[in-house]
Design a protein around this ligand. Sequence first.
Ligand code: IPM
Ligand code: MG
Length: 352
Amino acid sequence: MAYKITVLPGDGIGPEVIAQSLKVLKVAAEKYNFEVELNEGLIGAVAIDQTGNPLPDETIEKCKKADAVLLGAVGHPKYDNDPHAKIRPEQGLLKIRKTLGLYANIRPVSTYEILYDKSPIKTERIKGVDFVVYRELTGGIYFGKKGKSADGKSAFDTSEYTVEEIDRITRLAFDASLKRKKKVCLVDKANVLETSRLWRATVDEIAKEPQYSEIEYTSMFVDNAAMQLIQWPTQFDIILTENMFGDIITDEASVIPGSMGLLPSASVGAGKAMFEPIHGSYPQAAGKNIANPMATILSVAMMLEHFNEDAAAKAIRKAVDSALAITFVTEDISKENAKSTTEVGDWICEKI
Ligand code: IPM
Ligand code: MG
């Protein structure tokens, strides 16, 4: 059987890290006896340049037909600081999430010994960090009503959630927790926000269900969580949260391991799944063959786990660990004797 994968390299370093991850995917497919059928599509600034649309219909069709989507990065500086830009690369990303119904964004954060020194946080605090953020991805303030007054002097964004939206991601997080340390922390702002109170009430009820009785369920206000993530990150196992809080705390959490270049993510929903590194398009590094491909390679490992190709996924993770263990890494991790993007990709393929 062949897995149909739609590949969206996107902008900046996206195409370079995607190229390495596809090399790794092909080697893993050969070694572990499965087939992949790859199909490329446009998204982001490159899509705007070529079609005027950050997510052309053709790309949507390709993604709908696929078993999974593998995405590089989206974003270009020419749009970043222009508040008047009507079309933005990021719209492509938001639209693909919404269109494919990818309501849960899963971002694992763990630390690697060789990176302890790179982390801005003291080693004793980050040793053993291993948690996963379940971020709601298709609701809340990102997709609520928004607008500007006619005179341009006021603007608004609204956040709305339904019980159904909260329920489905909560079950994913709780089910995942049963296979981990059985700890779920809901992050919200229930002391201020009505939507957070709905989250709290909904999750409180689900937590009482008998199949979840072994789970240690807690909740924390987001401002406190932002602090606790730095002060005592090992206390967390699964963090469950809404869209915007999740966006912010996952960026915060990404500095714990010492390099953003190592963190993969999965966005899942009703049937479809998309995998992407959590870093952005890093335009300053584009075309220089210096970007760290590991986050995208680990995103491929998450994709293979999604397909239940666990042996292949494990081999990829092990190869990445080995590269880190001997410091065969790009310059974001080690300035001295830094390897290029392609060298790291080749080494990992060889190891597999
Ligand atoms: C992310 C990004 C996106 C988000 C942007 C690029 C729209 O920051 O995936 O976390 O805010 O969701
Ligand atoms: Mg973000």
